[in-house]
Design a protein around this ligand. Structure first.
Ligand code: SAM
Length: 300
């Protein structure tokens, strides 16, 4: 949080967009820095999180607008609000603690629930639809490309064998099938991460089209940012971090951005202690050119 505040350097009167408002923690900090003359626009696809964010942001110093929308559609959201330029654009990608912790949302292999994984409850396709309908090869590809699961073929084969007997409907059922396919006991001390971690990540990314949406945000950002506007993205795994890194690098060579974080910033010890999920978070920040005066580059 400290690094986000420092590197996004919100000034009084700024227009701040939090693309993934979640529970509103980051948004509140950024909105307060923008002050009474500032504007905070928070987007999320999850209506439950938006209502939590509404409470977190009550009394925020800035003028707050919360919008239920994907950040893939940010340009239209800003147009409908009459906003013509953004000073600070921020996205904290992935799932929120509320989504992971609530068994019925189906994100966690540790909690018995329906295999759902939709962040936006209006999406048509659930994770159960995917595991019960894709062909063996398509499923293997999805697991490999969305999570670099090296046992993707074995897992896909076992899922297809299993579903011939019985539809796969629950989180723990899928977790058992995956552990069995890999031949790893999830309770053994030897397994560093749960064997189903990557499979669940891959399915979640597919259900919510996370890479497609991120690509649309990265494409739209340069036209939405004002000169000297700052763009920060937190990613939790390389599948999301890599497109951000490549986009920032390409736009640096095109003289569209200056990269502030030569290396991505990771959580400090205190943050890791307070929030174990922050261990794999990587923050990258870029500034839209031209900027009036160069600010020093920041290394981790
Ligand atoms: C890691 S959480 C953000 C937490 C937030 N920074 C906070 O302080 O509470 C990610 C949030 O992004 C939302 N989200 C995921 N994909 C989205 C998208 N394409 N558009 C808008 N929100 C999205 C999720 O529903 C979730 O609430």
């Amino acid at each position: 949080m400290g690094a986000v505040r420092e590197l996004l350097a919100v000034r009084l009167g700024d227009v701040v967009v939090d693309c993934t408002v979640g529970l509103g923690g980051h948004a509140r900090a950024l909105g307060d820095l923008a002050g009474a003359a500032g504007t905070l626009i928070g987007l999320d696809v999850d209506p439950e999180n938006l209502s939590i964010a509404e409470r977190t942001l009550s009394g925020c110093a800035a003028d707050v607008h919360l919008v239920r929308s994907s950040f893939a559609d940010l340009a239209n959201v800003l147009r409908s609000l009459g906003v013509t330029g953004v000073d600070v654009l921020f996205a904290d990608l992935g799932v929120s603690s509320t989504q992971l912790d609530r068994a019925e949302r189906g994100f966690s292999f540790q909690r018995e629930g329906l295999l759902d994984m939709r962040m936006d409850p209006d999406l048509k396709l659930t994770a159960a639809d995917i595991v019960n309908s894709l062909k063996d090869r398509e499923l293997g590809d999805l697991l490999y490309y969305n999570s670099q699961e090296t046992a993707s073929r074995r897992i896909a084969k076992r899922i297809c064998e299993h579903r011939r007997e019985q539809r796969i409907t629950s989180t723990t059922q899928l977790a058992r099938i995956v552990a069995d396919a890999i031949g790893v006991d999830p309770h053994s001390r030897k397994s560093r991460i749960h064997p189903a971690t990557r499979t669940f990540q891959a399915l979640r990314i597919a259900v919510n089209d996370e890479i497609g949406n991120l690509g649309k945000l990265l494409d739209a950002a340069p036209d939405l940012l004002r000169p000297a506007g700052r763009f920060g993205v937190i990613a939790f795994h390389s599948i999301e971090d890599k497109p951000v890194k490549l986009d920032f690098r390409r736009r640096k060579t095109e003289r569209v951005y200056r990269i502030v974080t030569k290396k991505p910033l990771t959580a400090d010890d205190e943050e890791r202690r307070d929030n174990p999920r922050s261990r794999s978070a990587k923050l990258r920040v870029a500034v839209k050119l031209p900027e009036p005066a160069a600010v020093g580059e920041f290394d981790s």
